[in-house]
Design a protein around this ligand. Sequence first.
Ligand code: CA
Length: 237
Amino acid sequence: MKKQEAKAKKILLVEDEKHLAKGLKFNLEREGYEVSLAEDGVTALERLNEIDFDLLILDLMLPKMGGLEVARKIRDTHARFPILILTAKSTESDRELGLETGADDYLTKPFHLPELLLRVKGILRRWEWYKVPLHDQDVYRFGDMWINFVTGKARGASAGELLLTNKEAQIMKLLVSRKGEAVTRDELLEKIWGYEPGTETRTVDNFIARLRKYFEKKPQKPRHIVTVREKGYQFDP
Ligand code: CA
């Protein structure tokens, strides 16, 4: 095992293909992570309740309970828990689906090991970035709304109190930290999802649409999360 200065990050790997699971566990451990293995969805959920993990690597095709259902159940109780989805499916709609369920990243099988290790590192790094408080304030207020970036709880324009997913909270935090300035779609994709600039995806727009439903009185005429033509999105308190 490599030496690590900080406490080893704990990863729960949920994968029923024994050979692949064993190989991944070995290689992640060699990178200094602590890895626990679950071979089905039900066991994964049980394990998550027992131990504090830093990241979940989740296969979609699983016995007992499928990966998407596992992800949804986790979102009900751990809105902001980092998830990397592994799957044999590769169509864009599956990719969108994975990200919409709140997964932090998505990798299609067969993948190269270095790619997986990069994604894992990326998610954990973005997570560290997110945990840094915003101007030493965990709760950001604008109008009669607020967002608690630690718990993910928020008060919206008309929906009352709501619980933001990890991605939703990260996007708001990035926009708020740069208020009055346009943040490009590429930057959002890179900072929040770890994608290459220029990635073609509707993901950012879908998330913005959802955030407007939460934080705009008239989502069709946004005043806080505004579109800046040919630039991106800008937060205006
Ligand atoms: Ca599988």
